[in-house]
Design a protein around this ligand. Structure first.
Ligand SMILES: [Fe+2]
Ligand SMILES: [Fe+2]
Length: 361
């Protein structure tokens, strides 16, 4: 399946070219590497999985509410506009809204693929090149998984402008750590929280499974950013760290405020400004936007970008309370949940094969 055939909007560019100006660096010392990163690299190798085999692609989405999400997760649910929609229009809105969401995951995965491969080329040390190489492979598998899932919706959306802008900034900056900051810390941190809402809230087993397995890898990717930058930032001057904090504050506001799903309302002929305003004022959406920072804030604190500028921004955004979250415990939980899905699947297939055996007797 080509996305070209199912894009919901016309004239989507066939490709995107981002000019690059940075040095590709060889490491001729081949040091044995930091234990932290080499341990993560070993884990990255051990935990590779195959999107074709690990996920049960015979499962389907629901025809009326594809991922079987609670209706409250739609930005305009419960408004006078929602009340006026026919059943058919509601189904269309739910389908497009969820497909838009999964499309942004898919588009972001390609961003991660390109950023991880940039890190392979640009980061100075071999241990980080090793890990980034496993991440590059992970991202290719994630693209595969989300593309298959999106194929089940039969509708897709292009990368939104705010996501494209941040990925553009990450790729065009010649400082290698900015790629990590934009991708491993901000975009993947947000993605982890967004994947978690589907894994934990959707009732559709296929949607749950895809997100649980991708999260198992993403937790390592955020850890990669955390370990790399935690070693690097203490070596910078205060002025250099301040530049990073400024970048981070802008990136966080940018991602929080500009993800509005306008394309969906335009495509469906709904009043765009009215729908966006509903999304901005909805209590559920406000909670969701806050929750998105659960995985970012403690990592930012841990990597040492914790000056007054960051703390003020997070206080204003109402997310400073996440600063002391135990991210290691969250990562362990992500791994445990993915393994639970494996166990459930193994159990179901053993019951099915026993049933077949009995039927044959
Ligand atoms: Fe990914
Ligand atoms: Fe990732």
């Amino acid at each position: 399946m080509s996305l070209r055939d199912i894009y919901a909007v016309p004239n989507v560019d066939a490709s995107w070219h981002v000019p690059q100006t940075y040095d590709g660096i060889f490491d001729f010392e081949f040091d044995k590497g930091r234990d932290t990163l080499m341990h993560l690299y070993q884990k990255g190798k051990d935990m590779q999985w195959d999107a074709v085999k690990r996920i049960d692609w015979d499962l389907d989405l629901d025809p009326e509410n594809p991922m079987e999400m609670p209706l409250e997760s739609n930005a305009i649910y419960g408004t006078p506009l929602w009340d006026r929609l026919s059943k058919k229009d509601r189904i269309e809105l739910l389908t497009h809204g969820q497909a838009w969401n999964i499309s942004q995951f898919l588009q972001g995965e390609q961003g991660a693929l390109i950023c991880a491969s940039k890190i392979v080329t640009q980061v100075p040390t071999m241990d980080a090149k090793f890990y980034a190489a496993t991440q590059t492979m992970d991202e290719a598998r994630h693209i595969e998984a989300y593309q298959k899932l999106l194929g089940k919706f039969g509708v897709a959306y292009p990368m939104t402008q705010p996501l494209q802008q941040l990925i553009n900034d990450a790729l065009r900056d010649s400082r290698w750590d900015i790629t990590y900051l934009a991708m491993q810390i901000v975009i993947e941190g947000l993605a982890l929280a967004a994947f978690a809402t589907i894994r934990d809230v959707a009732q559709n087993p296929l949607a749950q499974m895809v997100n649980a397995y991708v999260m198992q890898d993403e937790a390592r990717h955020v850890m990669f950013g955390r370990l790399s930058l935690r070693d690097y930032y203490p070596q910078l001057t205060e002025a250099e760290r301040d530049e990073r904090e400024e970048f981070l504050v802008d990136a966080c506001y940018h991602m929080r405020d500009r993800f509005q799903g306008r394309e969906i309302y335009e495509r469906l002929g709904l009043p765009v400004e009215e729908c966006v305003a509903y999304g901005e004022n909805s209590e559920t959406m406000k909670l969701f936007r806050t929750f998105l920072f659960q995985r970012i804030v403690p990592v930012v604190k841990d990597i040492g970008l914790w000056g007054p500028r960051i703390q003020k921004a997070y206080t204003d955004m109402g997310v400073i309370g996440f600063a002391d979250m135990d991210v290691d415990a969250l990562h362990d939980e992500d791994e445990r949940i993915a393994k639970d899905f494996d166990a459930r699947r193994a159990y179901v297939s053993s019951v099915i094969s026993e049933g077949k055996g009995e039927a044959a007797e």
